[in-house]
Design a protein. Structure first.
Length: 432
C-alpha cells in the first residue's frame, strides 16, 4: 500500500513538473474557484461566504485564460503570468474587500468582517483616547470589563499594542467603516511590504510569482485580506525579514522581524529561527545585532502596557490565545489538539507545552547535526514546527495553516541561492 502511494506521488510530481508554468497557474486558479464555491455554500460567516461567491467567478475566468495561454508559445510568459496575477488579485481581493467594507458601512458594522477587525479598531479607539487597549481580564473566574452586547471573546485584544496601528485611521477620523476599515489598511501594508520583499528577493522570477500568488492572490492570502486577515501584514513583514537574512542585510532583517514580533506572537518562532542563520557578507554570525534590533522594538512598544496592567496584558496576549483563559474562543477549529482537549479537558494545559518540548528537542538535535543551517533549511524546520503547534494547540484557527504553507514555499524559493551559507554575497549593500 505504501509503495503504491509513493508511486502515485512520484507520478503526480512528474506530471506537475512537466507542465508549463501557465498551465500550473490555471490549475491553481481553477482549484481556488472550487474552494471559493465550497466556502460560499458551507460557511456561516457572512464575510467568508460573500467572499466565496464574489471570488469564484474571477478565479474561474482567469483559470480558463491561463489554460488557453499555456497552449501558445509566449516569448515573455513571465509577463503574462504577472498580468494574470494582478487580475486575480483585483477579482479576489480588491473587489470583494471594497464591497464588504461598503456593506459593513451600510449595516453599521454588522457582519461582513471577521471579529478581529472590530477588535483591532476598538483597541485603536482606546489608544487614541489615551487608554489601555487591554481592558478585559479574568478575576476569580469572572470576566471584568467585558464589552456589552458582544460575545465574551470579542472583549479581548490578543495582540501586542502595535497591532492597533491598523485601526488608527478609523479612530482618528471617527469613521470606523468604509475606506478606514482596518482590513484596507492591513491589505495596503501587506501589498507594499510584500511587494518590496519580492523585489529584493534573490530567486528566479517563476518562484517569485508563486510566492506572490500564495501571499496575495490564492485563497491562502485573498480570503484573509478580504475578510479580516491580521496575519497577512505579519507574513509580509516576515517575508521581508527573510529577504534581509538572505541578502545579509541585518538592518532590514532586524527591523522587519522586530515589527512583526511587536504585533503578534506568531512572528516569534521565525524571528528566533532567523537568528540561527543571520550572517554578514563574510559568513560571520550577526545574531547579536539582529536580536538587539528585534528586542529593542518589542520592548519599546510592549513594555509600557505590560507594566501598566500586567495581569490584563498576560490574560489578553497569552492566556486567551492559548485557550486557558476560561473563555471559549471561536478559533477552536476541529484539529487534533482541540478534539483531544474536548475529550479530556486537562489535556488543554499540557498538550501544547509537551508538544513544544518534544519539538524543541528534535529540532535542536537536527540543527546540531546539520550545523551550520542554511536559510532554506531553517524555513523548512519552522514550517514543520508551525504545523505541529497548530495541530496540538487546544484552541487555534485552521487558517493558521497559511504560516507553514508560506514558510515551506519560501524555503523552496531560497534553496537555489542558499546552498552554501559560508559563501560571501558580493551584491551592493542595502544599508549603503
Amino acid at each position: 500500500m505504501l509503495a503504491r502511494l509513493v508511486t502515485v506521488r512520484t507520478r503526480l510530481v512528474r506530471w506537475w513538473v512537466a507542465m508549463p508554468e501557465l498551465a500550473r497557474d490555471g490549475w491553481l486558479y481553477g482549484a481556488s474557484s472550487l474552494f471559493a464555491l465550497g466556502l460560499a455554500s458551507t460557511s456561516r460567516e457572512a464575510a467568508q461566504w460573500h467572499w466565496g461567491y464574489l471570488a469564484a467567478a474571477p478565479y474561474a475566468a482567469i483559470a480558463v485564460v491561463a489554460f488557453v495561454a499555456s497552449g501558445r508559445h509566449w516569448s515573455r510568459s513571465t509577463r503574462v503570468r504577472i498580468a494574470l496575477l494582478v487580475l486575480v488579485a483585483i477579482g479576489s481581493v480588491a473587489v470583494p474587500l471594497g464591497l464588504e467594507a461598503r456593506w459593513r458601512q451600510l449595516d453599521h458594522g454588522v457582519g461582513y468582517a471577521q471579529p478581529e477587525v472590530s477588535v483591532i479598531e476598538r483597541s485603536a479607539v482606546l489608544l487614541a483616547k489615551g487608554k489601555d487597549p487591554y481592558q478585559a481580564y479574568l478575576h476569580n473566574g469572572h470576566l471584568v470589563n467585558a464589552v456589552r452586547g458582544l460575545p465574551a471573546y470579542e472583549s479581548f485584544f490578543p495582540y501586542f499594542p502595535l497591532m492597533s496601528v491598523f485601526g488608527l485611521p478609523s479612530a482618528e477620523t471617527h469613521r470606523g467603516l468604509g475606506l478606514t476599515d482596518a482590513r484596507i489598511i492591513m491589505s495596503l501594508m501587506t501589498l507594499l511590504v510584500g511587494g518590496l520583499a519580492l523585489t529584493l528577493m534573490r530567486a528566479p522570477p517563476r518562484k517569485k510569482i508563486r510566492v506572490a500568488q500564495v501571499l496575495l492572490a490564492l485563497p491562502t492570502g485573498a480570503l484573509f485580506l478580504a475578510t479580516g486577515g491580521d496575519d497577512m501584514p505579519i507574513l509580509a513583514l516576515l517575508l521581508l525579514g527573510v529577504v534581509g537574512i538572505q541578502r545579509r542585510e541585518r538592518m532590514v532583517a532586524g527591523v522587519s522581524l522586530g515589527l512583526g514580533a511587536a504585533m503578534k506572537l506568531t512572528a516569534w518562532p521565525v524571528a528566533v529561527g532567523a537568528l540561527l542563520v543571520s550572517r554578514d557578507r563574510d559568513g560571520r554570525s550577526t545574531w547579536r545585532s539582529v536580536a538587539t534590533l528585534i528586542v529593542a522594538i518589542v520592548v519599546v512598544t510592549v513594555a509600557p502596557f505590560a507594566v501598566r496592567a500586567p495581569w490584563a496584558f498576560m490574560t489578553n496576549v497569552f492566556a486567551f490565545p492559548l485557550g486557558v483563559a476560561g473563555v471559549r474562543s471561536p478559533a477552536a477549529s476541529p484539529l487534533p489538539g482541540h478534539i483531544l482537549t474536548t475529550w479530556w479537558a486537562p489535556l488543554g494545559h499540557v498538550l501544547a507545552p509537551a508538544a513544544l518540548l518534544v519539538l524543541s528537542y528534535y529540532l535542536f538535535r537536527y540543527a546540531r547535526s546539520h550545523w551550520p543551517l542554511s536559510l532554506s533549511t531553517m524555513l523548512g524546520l519552522m514550517s514543520v514546527a508551525f504545523t505541529v503547534m497548530i495541530m496540538s494547540a487546544s484552541a487555534t484557527r485552521i487558517g493558521y495553516i497559511i504560516y507553514p504553507i508560506n514558510l515551506a514555499l519560501w524555503s523552496w524559493a531560497c534553496v537555489d541561492v542558499d546552498r552554501d551559507v559560508r559563501a560571501p554575497v558580493l551584491e551592493p549593500s542595502l544599508n549603503g
